[in-house]
Each structure stands twice: as C-alpha cells, then as structure tokens.
Design a protein around this ligand. Structure first.
Ligand code: WTA
Length: 652
C-alpha cells in the first residue's frame, strides 16, 4: 500500500487538508503546480495543446474566437467523437482492450464485457441501421434507455453519423419524453422493452409508447433487455437485435466540423420548461477527454466506474465519451445499490477490481447510513482515486468516503460543473491537490473562474459571491439553448455581460484559490443528485384539477441533499386528505417522474405574496428551514406567515 496521504494540521485555512501521496504524484499526468500559471498565461494555447492528443481529420485553423453568445473553438477543424472513442484505439493496436463492462442488476446474470473492437462493431452496425431509417447528419435522435450497454452504443452510433442525440432519463415520465422529442424534433427514438430495478422488471416500452404519441417520432428502435413481451406498433416499432443482424459493420465516421452540434441534453432552469443544452463537437471532445484523463488519473488498464445515469451529463461525459476517448474500461451498473443487499457497490468494486470510483454525495450519505459493515466485507484495495459530483458534499460524508472507501490513500476529486459546461470546471487535480473536505478546489487549468459580487467585482477571499466563468470560455461550454437563443443570452450573460458566464452557483474562495461551492442561488434544486427546478414541480402540481395555487421550495435532506416541499391551496370544496396527497404525488410521477416527488405536501389557506401578487418563495424557504423569515413589510398578506408557521412547526 502506498504511503498515507499527509495530513497537514497547521494549515491556516482548514483543519483537514490532504495532499497527494508520493505514488499519486509520480503516476499523475500533471503533478507540477506550474501547469496553472502556464495555462493562465495562454488559455487558448493550453487547450490547443490538449486538442493535439485527439484525432482530427483536418486540423483547426484557429483555436478560439469570441463574439457575444457565439464563441467558437478549434475553428475549421474536423473530427468525430466516435472515431476518437473507438477507431483511434483500434488503430493504435488496442482493440482487444475492454471498453465497457456492463453489470446487470440480477446477480444470477453474468456481466457483459465488450472490447473496443466489439463495441466498434456494434456502434457501426447501429449507425448503419439509423442511416437506413433515414437519419442524416444533423437529424436529432431520441434515446430513452436504461443503464444498459446499448445506451452507450446508441450515443456512439449517433455521434458516428453526426446525428445529435437527445438522451432522456429512463425514470422520466412519458410527458417529459414527449416534450423533449417535440422540442428536439426527433424522428427516431431508441428505447428498450424494460429493465430491472430493485428486482422488479420495469416496463419502459409502455412509457416510450405514451411519450412518443403526438411527437414527430416516426420510428422506434426497441432493445430487448427483458423478455420482449411488449406490444410492437406495426410500421413504427422495430427490434434492435433484428435490425443489426443483417446490416454491415462498416460505417466510416462522419467528418464533423468542430462547431457542429454533437448533442442536446435537456436540463432544468428556473422556469417550468427544461432547456435543450447544445454541445458542439470539437470543444466538447477536447475538454471531456482531458478532464477525464487528468481528474480521474486515467491510465491504460484502468477500470473506472462512474455511477451516474446515462440520462445526465455526468453519464454522457464520464461514462461514455471521456473514459472511452481515453481507452480505459468504463463500468456501467444497471440497478439499485441495495440489490441483493447493501454491499452491492463494494461487491462490484471487488469483482471488477475497480480503480476509480466517481459517485454523488447523496449516494455516499446513503452508504454511510447503511453502515461500515457493508464495505468492510469487501476488498476495496484496487481503488486508487475517488470522485464526487452533483451537489456540495458535507464533511461527514467526505471523511467517511475518504477513510472507509478510499482507505485513507485515495484522493477525493470533488468536481464542480454543470450540464451547460459539458465537462468539469472546478476541482483539484490528483497529483497536485490539496484535497479539502467540502472544497472543490481550483478551476481546471485553462478555466478562468472568479467569484463576484452582484455588481460584478471580485469578492475578497473568504467572502461569499457568485461563481462566474470568464472568456476565453472552456471549450465544452454550451453554445446555446436549442431553439431559444434569447433565453440563453438572458440566463447566462445578462448578469455580468457576454464575456462572463453566470453559473447560478454561490461560492467562496480561500487564499490559496480553492473554491468552495455553497449551492444554487436560483430556484434549481439538487435532489439526490438530480437537477430539478421548483417551477417544474409547481407546474406539474398545478395541472391537478384539485389545486388552486401551489408553491414549491427546497428543504435540506440528510441523504438526498435537498427535497421539494409543496405548499398547496386546494380549490374550494376539495377536502384535505391523504388521498388527495397521494393523488398529487401520482400527478408529479406522471408529469415529471418519481425523482420529482415532493417530500411533503402542506395544505395551506394562503401563501405570502408581494403587493403585485408574486409568491414570496424566499419566506417559504425560510419557514421550512427554520431560518429567520426577514422583512415582511412588503407583503400583501403578512398574516399568512403566522398561519404557515403553525403549519410547518416553525421554531426559528
Ligand atoms: C451542483 C451535474 C457542489 C451545482 C454535473 C451545479 C455541485 C449543478 C457539484 C449542476 C459539486 C455539481 N459541488 N455543487 N462538486 N457538482 N453541483 O447540470 O449547483 O445536473 O450548478 O450537472 O449541480 O447540475 P447538473
């Protein structure tokens, strides 16, 4: 075992500051501080040097160009994400390495291992199938798949032919799928008959059918994960396994322009309507590749496991493109972490000798709660590095993860980023450190991050402000919101102007430049690692014919980080009851999905409003958190607050 990470107790800023071990320093791709100064002096040159490591059909003419809401990277360059993920390794003679390990939930099913060559073959076949269905470069393709290897195959096949994918989380409702297919204008949808979750076979096809209704979707490709016993819509639905059978495995990768759309991914903003975040090919490829490599210390032979779902950006970048572009083995697990028991995570790590584990604080808190007995039954000595993402991590979870899972020898890479950034932006590097609980660290080399006050001036070290990213923007930063460039401008570039991207996250920085993320400053929640707008839950609840008014706020939760709490005014004549509560939960399930379920529904007579009639969510938030409610003088109905205090048992 390598030497324990040194614990420096005398650090003036934090009690717990950990530094890389000698072994980590020696092994890491970068272990010299100077990388930061070097990248800062010339960010464009820095990113261009990283880009040289990928395969380009045609070299770019210019690295970066800026215009308001129209910044570009690697201008004139031609490349393909799938070529860089697969062909590049095969051409280098590494085609027999394992690209993907897929672990099914039922323990009596064997894990599936696909080499780079095998994955290349399946991807090329599906790419040809899509072409045969009329999909051309630029056409959007919907993917509504669970955690099965075909999800990666489908994304790669789309990338191969230059058809931007739009992946929809499989636990999202048919309504969510429908909205996304309509907004993206997808004519083809790839889905599955179902999947296993907590020992139950979940019928996904039924949701796909309901969601495809009333959309431009003309063809549905169905992967048979279960017994295939689902109704097939003649003329529209086709079995994946039948389609790929008779099709050629030769499909040259499309030469994509750097700025060609690579994919869309819908995410929550502050309104009820999710936005289609656009990522383009060149910048996304470069930043995904190099951040995966440096952040997670990816080397030949590594068996890396990111536990995110493919339906989220973390799954896109750090299950699929990032690790595959690095030629390592990426592990996917289909199901729940407590099947057959609470040791499943650790059993998978032991069985596959996982070297890097990347998961979310909400999962870590759950494992911690389940107890040390589970991880201690397994051999976790293959682990070399741990990662976390999705929400601020609390110190207890950090230290537990570090000691119990990492054995005190693995650095924790706390990566702060967003769907919009496509790849990580703020985290310390394994060979440089330091690793400080609750502190993400410094912006990745070449990323210019500053903490600003509301007026746009940098705040002094130790003080809170808003995290902003400056131009030259990181190459993978979104190029826009699909079909709504005005919203793009207003959301990200109205606070600090076109050269400073507004993240909506609050943060602080210490004297060493380490950033601590304090959380969203808008009405976006992180519920068990899932990003969700309070407005989405509100608009779902408002669709019930029993509800006259509704306000949703987030409340901290021990395991999930945050959960939605709904204040509901029922229509007159509707009796308050648990039945109605259940009905409202069902409404949320069917409109968004179970991830958005309110943790509590509080029936109230009134909610605090401004004189102009706007609901004061700030007050509701303070009430459910037992925090001071602040100034009530501008309220139209200050009396409502006393009533609410009683309802929520307020003691603040
Ligand atoms: C939050 C997920 C603290 C943050 C990659 C951000 C984090 C939102 C961290 C984006 C972290 C993500 N520490 N907060 N390490 N990582 N967040 O788009 O509030 O699903 O704005 O992307 O998650 O969520 P999204």
């Amino acid at each position: 075992m390598s030497e324990a990470i040194k614990w420096v107790e005398k650090d003036p800023l934090k009690k717990n500051v950990f530094w890389p071990t000698k072994a980590m320093k020696e092994r890491a791709w970068v272990s010299d501080e100077s990388i930061y100064a070097e990248a800062k002096a010339d960010p464009e040159g820095f990113w261009a040097r990283q880009a040289e490591e990928l395969h380009w059909f045609k070299h770019w003419d210019k690295a970066y160009e800026f215009a308001p809401q129209n910044y570009k990277w690697f201008i004139g360059g031609k490349l393909n994400l799938s070529y860089n993920s697969l062909d590049r390794h095969i051409e280098a003679g590494h085609g027999d390495r394992i690209a993907l390990i897929w672990e099914p939930e039922p323990v009596d099913e064997e894990a599936v291992k696909l080499t780079y060559k095998e994955l290349h073959r399946l991807v090329s076949k599906l790419a040809n199938v899509l072409k045969g269905l009329g999909v051309q470069k630029g056409d959007r393709v919907g993917i509504y798949l669970p955690m099965i290897s075909e999800a990666v195959i489908a994304m790669q096949a789309c990338a191969r032919i230059g058809a931007p994918h739009s992946v929809v989380f499989s636990a999202f409702s048919p309504d969510s799928l429908r909205d996304r297919m309509i907004d993206a204008g997808a004519k083809v949808l790839i889905t599955a008959d179902g999947y296993y979750r907590r020992g139950k076979a979940i019928n996904l096809k039924k949701s796909a059918d309901a969601g495809a209704e009333g959309t431009p979707v003309e063809k549905v490709v169905v992967v048979k994960r279960l017994d295939g016993n689902v109704p097939m819509n003649a003329g529209r639905d086709l079995w994946y396994h039948e389609l790929i059978e008779g099709v050629s495995a030769e499909c040259p990768a499309e030469q994509m322009d750097s700025e060609d759309l690579a994919f869309l991914l819908y995410t929550s903003g502050t309104t009820g309507k999710p936005k289609g975040i656009m990522h383009t090919t060149g910048g996304y490829a470069v930043q995904s590749y190099i951040t995966a490599k440096w952040d997670f210390d990816l080397h030949e032979g590594d068996i890396y496991w990111c536990t995110a779902d493919v339906g989220w950006i973390t799954g896109h970048t750090y299950i699929n493109y990032g690790p595959l572009m690095n030629g390592v083995t990426s592990v996917m697990y289909e199901g729940a972490p407590d099947v057959p028991d609470c040791g499943r995570m650790w059993a998978i790590i032991e069985e596959h000798k996982i070297t890097q584990l990347y998961t979310a604080p909400t999962a870590i808190r759950m494992f911690l709660k389940w107890g040390d007995e589970w991880p201690s039954k397994y051999d976790l000595s293959s682990l070399r590095l741990l990662g976390t993402v999705g929400e601020p991590i609390n110190i207890g979870a950090w230290l537990w993860y570090f000691e119990r899972i990492g054995g005190g020898r693995c650095p924790i890479i706390d990566t702060w980023w967003q769907t919009e950034s496509g790849a990580t932006l703020v985290n310390n590097l394994p060979g440089i450190g330091p690793f400080i609980p609750t502190v993400a660290g410094r912006p990745f080399p070449g990323v210019i991050g500053r903490i600003l006050d509301a007026g746009g001036s940098p705040v002094p070290a130790g003080e809170g402000g808003y995290l902003s990213i400056f131009s030259p923007f990181p190459p993978a930063l979104t190029r826009g919101i699909y079909g709504d460039m005005e919203r793009f401008k207003v959301q990200y570039f109205s606070d600090y102007g076109p050269e400073r991207y507004y993240t909506s996250d609050g943060a602080r920085v210490d004297e060493m430049g380490n950033v601590r993320i304090t959380g969203r400053v808008d009405d976006v929640m992180n519920v068990a690692g899932h990003r969700l707008a309070t407005a989405e839950v509100e608009s779902a609840l408002a669709q019930s014919d029993k509800v006259s008014e509704v306000a949703v706020v987030s409340r901290p939760h021990d395991i999930k980080g945050e959960v939605p709490v709904a204040f509901v005014l029922l229509k007159s004549g509707v009796e308050r009851s648990d039945e109605i509560r259940k009905e409202l939960i069902k409404t949320v399930d069917s409109i968004i999905g179970p991830t958005a379920r309110p943790d509590e529904i509080i029936f109230v007579d009134d909610v605090p409003k401004t004189r102009s009639g706007k609901i004061m969510r700030r007050i509701l938030k303070a009430l459910v958190r037992n925090e001071p409610v602040g100034d009530l003088t501008t309220l139209q109905n200050p009396g409502s607050v006393d009533h609410l205090k009683e309802m929520v048992g307020y003691s603040g």
